[in-house]
Design a protein around this ligand. Structure first.
Ligand SMILES: [Cu+2]
Length: 125
């Protein structure tokens, strides 16, 4: 193979590795909420090209506080919506906005950006 073909092959392999990592490994990473005093579970969520972490495990029937911080100029993540809790919030850039919800029963509760592009979920157990 020529040098150019090798480069194309390596770039292709790198891209495949990245896709596998991003869609299958990275997105499955979940974070367990830490319980604070008064049973409040708290998690910091960074909004940048998506939600990090995108999967948050919590205890059902206990209040959860999600501290959203939007770290990008892109307006995609400007609004966060938690349909199951009837909540939505505006997220100004580099400002932490806390949102409190209480999952009434075990299950999965989605949260998305205003356009339904960024997606995350709370898994209550
Ligand atoms: Cu969006």
């Amino acid at each position: 193979m020529s040098t150019a073909q090798w480069i194309v092959t390596l770039v292709g392999l790198g891209l495949i590795t990245w896709i596998v990592w991003y869609f299958w490994l990275y997105r499955r990473e979940s974070v367990q909420a830490h319980a604070k005093e008064g049973g409040m579970q708290e998690v910091d969520v960074t909004v940048k090209g998506g939600y990090q972490p995108a999967v948050i495990e919590v205890q059902a029937r206990q209040p959860v506080r999600l501290n959203f911080t939007r770290r990008e100029a892109s307006t995609c993540g400007e609004e966060v919506v938690l349909p199951a809790f009837g909540q939505r919030a505006h997220l100004p850039e580099n400002q932490t906005v806390p949102l409190e919800v209480t999952p009434a029963q075990p299950g999965e509760y989605e949260f998305t950006c205003g356009m339904n592009m960024y997606r995350g979920k709370i898994i209550a157990r």
